[in-house]
Design a protein. Structure first.
Length: 392
């Protein structure tokens, strides 16, 4: 077990119709002029955006709006948001949507409060010293960005996707109404479930430090998401299943499931970032597509964890060698992905990289992690390339 810091300052307001409290919460955290940042048409079509603006109008809170956040949110829109906030004197950000809108809002918040190019933070050249305060109305359970310290942005020049983490960007409040996720396409719901699970699995498969209580919470969270993901395949309007998944998404990425370990592996995420940057694929689907190949590449170096995962999460009978049990656990995880209609390789994801593209992704990934990264197994550029190719 390692020493750790656990910091979760976000005020969570969870349940039906909680979005009606948005003005009250903005005022509670000092907001007086707001940027409402959102994605595409779903927030408009559902009537949620109008409900939010009507609420702010009634409360006398001035605001400006900026739509257009897309999956793998773009740096160009971040720049636009920074300029708009400075022009309009914005002092509070409200992200209405999923991880893309939240991550983009965090980047805007960094850009408004720090001098220089905001991309410097995502390019690991500087550290942020502040961020505009942020609130969230969550419409997609997936990234956990509503309670995490992280955001991920894609730079169109070179299609480079990078993440940056800082406590300055943790949301002041997160409004979570599971009903707001019911209009999502089934594919997006499943992608969200895959992403939620991966946030915990990245922290679970380590060779550095463990706590039994943390492991037990991680395993329980994974089992809960799997159970409810399969319910939602058959019954997408099931409120209780939506609620379980939504709360699991926040707990999976607010640091809880990594307390006491070395911080996690994170190489599936880092490798997917290059897929998402180059091919603009859905993040959760990209994670599912490469996880099995990553797992088979590293499991021997992290065998006790893979065996435990197989037995305690996937329900594999502990019969045979540890290696056999671990491999059955990996196969069981891929079977689950298929049951919720997630890909288990790049062909199923719909991408077919060339040799040059494989090499480019591996190189950019290695650069992004300063040469090598991984706790289950330390991966260098050649290892990353081998995993990408095995994912076909």
């Amino acid at each position: 077990m390692f020493d750790f810091k656990y910091y979760t300052p976000t005020k969570v307001v969870f349940g039906r119709n909680t979005e009606a409290r948005v003005a009250e919460l903005i005022r509670e955290f000092g907001g007086s002029r707001v940027l409402i940042h959102y994605g595409g048409g779903s927030v408009v079509r559902s009537g949620l955006l109008k409900k939010v603006t009507d609420t702010l109008d009634k409360a006398g809170i001035p605001y400006v709006t900026l739509g257009g956040a897309v999956p793998n949110p773009r740096l160009s829109l971040v720049y636009k948001g920074i300029e708009l906030c400075k022009k309009e004197g914005v002092d509070f950000l409200l992200a209405v949507g999923g991880g893309s809108a939240i991550d983009s809002a965090k980047a805007i918040g960094y850009g408004v409060t720090n001098e220089g190019d905001v991309w410097d933070f995502y390019d690991y050249k500087r550290k942020a010293t502040a961020c505009l305060p942020l609130g969230v109305i969550l419409t997609l359970a997936a990234t956990g960005s509503e309670m995490s310290d992280s955001s991920v942005i894609t730079k169109e020049e070179g299609w480079i996707k990078r993440g940056y983490s800082s406590d300055f960007a943790r949301a002041k409040f997160a409004i979570m109404n599971p009903e707001l996720t019911m209009s999502l396409p089934d594919y997006q719901t499943a992608c969200g479930c895959a992403d939620i699970m991966m946030h915990t699995m990245e922290r679970y498969f380590t060779n550095g430090g463990n706590m039994e209580i943390t492991d037990s919470m991680a395993e329980g969270l994974l089992r809960t998401v799997m159970t409810n993901a399969e319910i939602l395949v058959k019954d997408p309007k099931n409120y209780d299943a939506r609620a379980e998944v939504m709360w699991a998404g926040s707990l999976s990425h607010n640091g809880l499931t990594g307390c006491g370990n070395d911080g996690g592996d994170w190489m599936t995420h880092k490798m997917e970032h290059e897929l998402g940057g180059l091919y603009d694929v859905a993040h959760g689907a990209g994670l599912a597509a490469i996880w099995g190949s990553w797992a088979r590449y590293v499991y021997r170096d992290c065998l006790p964890r893979f065996r435990r995962f197989a037995v305690n999460v996937m329900g594999v009978e502990p019969v045979g060698t540890d290696e056999e049990i671990a491999l059955r656990g990996i196969e069981a995880m891929e079977d689950f992905y298929r049951r919720i209609h997630m890909p288990t390789n790049l062909r199923e994801l719909g991408v077919n990289p060339t040799e040059a593209e494989f090499a480019d992704m591996a190189h950019k990934c290695a650069v992004g992690v300063n040469g090598a990264k991984g706790s289950a197994k330390l991966l260098h550029e050649a290892d990353m390339l081998a995993i990408y190719k095995a994912s076909m």
